[in-house]
Structures are given as structure tokens and as C-alpha cells.
Design a protein. Structure first.
Length: 335
């Protein structure tokens, strides 16, 4: 057996995750195992299994043309620092309890250094039509080589400053720029902070006006593009100057809601009962928001009226042509 790819030493912060990769080749295809030795002088190598360390360790292996194995450890702590060893062997006696393998396990090692996560103080300040987000590291930290600000997986600002303080300014209304912003310090390892711009739900209707045929199922949808997500959705319908709350238990109404979307389904639409304005209301810890959807219910025969109109027009034209032909003089008929 021989290694094609070996694991690489890495630095990580506490609460981060780490992934090590190992790839071996041989005939027959070798088995791959993962072993660990901590920084304690009295600690010896111990084999790692999938689900170890309170299910924080995950090992995925494939044995096809050659062997590949990946070990990932989530929510790192200081005790995860140490030497990780990828071992490979294709000796038939490699796992025998009494026999020693003729061919020893080959080994490839990588160090994982877990550093205590530095504290990052975050702040959101609003002045006039500007919103300023800031991050500041207040504890010991690795050398900083620059900063990035990320929003919705896109880099919105980047610089080469080595300062512990970084800020990002947003021009516009707070409600239009809500969400999760990340301040990233370029270091080894990378340090990330999170700044939340939170507002009351900015509820909008997917369509302000919906149409449905009598007897069919009507679907009305509202969404909330702002942050944080809605915790409680509700639907109501206007009628006789008051709004009636709609619930799933009523039989004809089915309401399905998630954090950013709510949907109202009305079964067996009725022209008299279901035509009107519907209100969707969303609530989170910062307030409430609502939107209106107008529903129009058409008769099942409504789709036939255009067709009947065309038929009537054709009949009128045929009748006019027939009468005209009957009244034409004989000498006007061409040879």
C-alpha cells in the first residue's frame, strides 16, 4: 500500500470544525484507519471511530479503485489538539488479534492546533439614512492580514488593514438591508464575527390579486424577505366591515407556514363566500407586518363566454354573406 494524498496540518478555532483527507492505493485495496495522539506526554495513540467524542467525529470511507477516507470533527475543543494519523494496510492479518501483520501499517500524520476563539464585540449604529456595522477583537488573536464583510454569501467589502476594528456602512433604510452580516478577519486560522440587522417582518404578497374558478382550490401566498424569520403567521378575511380569523380546523382552509413563507389553500371555491380581500399577518420579536391579497372567483362557465362570442361572430358573418349572395343580380355573377 502507498499514499496518494496525505492529511495536512491545520489551525482551527474552538467551536469550528476540521476535515482531514487521506487516499491510498495498493493491490489488494488497502484498509484505512484513523488514530489520534493528544498533547499530553502520557497519552498514547488511540483509534478513532465514526461517532466518537459524543458523535462529533464523522468518518467517511470509500473502497473502489483505491481507498479514500475523510475524518471530520465538529465543535472543536482544546482537547482535540494533537497528532492525527492516517494508517493504511492491505495485509490479510492486519486486524488479527494474535498474529502480527507481515507488512506493517504505513502511516501519514498531520497536526491539528485548536486555538481559543477570541471575543469579538459587535455593534449596529443607525444615523439618518446610514447604518454602520462594526466588529472589534478585544482579546489575544493571531496576526491579522485583512478584513472581509460577507452578506448572503457575497463579499460586499474587502481591505488589507491589520487593525482589530473593522466597519461596514450601509446607505438606505434599515428595513431594506436586514439580514446576517459576517465580519471576517484574514488570519491563520480565519476569525469570523456575526452582526445581525433585525427588523419587524416586511410581509409582501406573492401576487396582490389571485383568480380562481368555482369549485377549484384557491392558493394565496405571502412571504417575508426580511430578518429575522416570522415566528407566527395568521390569515384573516374581510367581510361586513370586520375581519374573520381563518384556521385549519374550519375544514375548507389549509394553512401551511414556515419562517419566511405562508400559504393559504381554500378548497371548493365559492363565488359568494370566498370572493374578497384576505390578510396575511406575520409576527417576530421585533413587531408585526401584513399584506393584502384580493381573490376573485369566477364561474365555471366563464371560460366558455369567449368561445361562445367567437361562435356568434362567425354565425353573424355567415348569415350576412348568405343574404348578400342571395340578393346579388344575375349579371353580377362572374363567368
Amino acid at each position: 500500500a502507498g499514499f496518494i494524498k496525505s492529511p495536512l496540518s491545520q489551525k482551527r478555532l474552538t467551536q469550528d470544525s476540521v476535515e482531514l483527507y487521506c487516499e491510498a492505493i495498493g493491490n489488494p485495496i488497502p484498509e484505512i484507519q484513523w488514530w489520534f495522539e493528544g498533547n499530553d506526554p502520557n497519552e498514547t495513540y488511540a483509534q478513532l471511530w465514526d461517532g466518537a467524542r459524543q458523535d462529533r467525529v464523522k468518518i467517511n470511507a470509500t473502497y473502489n479503485l483505491h481507498s479514500t477516507s475523510t475524518i471530520s470533527i465538529a465543535n472543536l475543543t482544546g482537547d482535540d489538539s494533537g497528532m492525527y494519523e492516517c494508517r493504511a494496510s492491505n495485509d490479510p492479518d492486519r486486524n488479527h488479534l494474535s498474529k502480527s501483520p507481515k507488512v506493517k501499517w504505513i502511516r501519514s500524520q498531520a497536526n491539528v492546533f485548536v486555538i481559543e476563539r477570541p471575543e469579538i464585540a459587535t455593534q449596529v449604529s443607525e444615523h439618518s439614512d446610514k447604518l454602520t456595522l462594526s466588529c472589534n477583537i478585544s482579546a489575544s488573536h493571531p496576526a491579522i492580514m485583512g478584513h472581509k464583510w460577507i452578506h448572503k454569501e457575497k463579499v460586499v467589502q474587502q481591505d488589507d488593514s491589520k487593525d482589530v476594528f473593522t466597519s461596514y456602512t450601509i446607505i438606505g433604510k434599515k428595513e431594506e438591508h436586514s439580514g446576517v452580516y459576517e465580519c471576517v478577519y484574514e488570519a491563520n486560522p480565519q476569525i469570523k464575527g456575526q452582526v445581525n440587522v433585525s427588523v419587524a417582518p416586511q410581509v409582501t404578497a406573492y401576487k396582490k390579486s389571485e383568480h380562481g374558478n368555482e369549485g377549484d382550490t384557491g392558493v394565496l401566498t405571502c412571504k417575508n424577505p426580511s430578518f429575522p424569520a416570522v415566528t407566527t403567521w395568521s390569515w384573516s378575511k374581510s367581510g361586513h366591515g370586520v375581519s374573520a380569523l381563518l384556521e385549519n380546523a374550519s375544514g375548507r382552509y389549509i394553512i401551511k407556514s414556515s419562517g419566511n413563507k405562508t400559504e393559504l389553500r381554500i378548497l371548493k371555491l365559492d363565488i359568494e363566500q370566498d370572493t374578497g380581500d384576505y390578510f396575511c399577518n406575520g409576527t417576530n420579536s421585533y413587531g408585526t407586518g401584513d399584506a393584502t391579497v384580493n381573490l376573485r372567483v369566477r364561474s365555471r362557465l366563464a371560460a366558455l363566454w369567449p368561445f361562445l362570442g367567437i361562435v356568434a361572430e362567425v354565425l353573424v358573418l355567415v348569415t350576412i354573406i348568405f343574404i348578400y349572395e342571395k340578393r346579388r343580380k344575375p349579371d353580377e355573377v362572374p363567368d
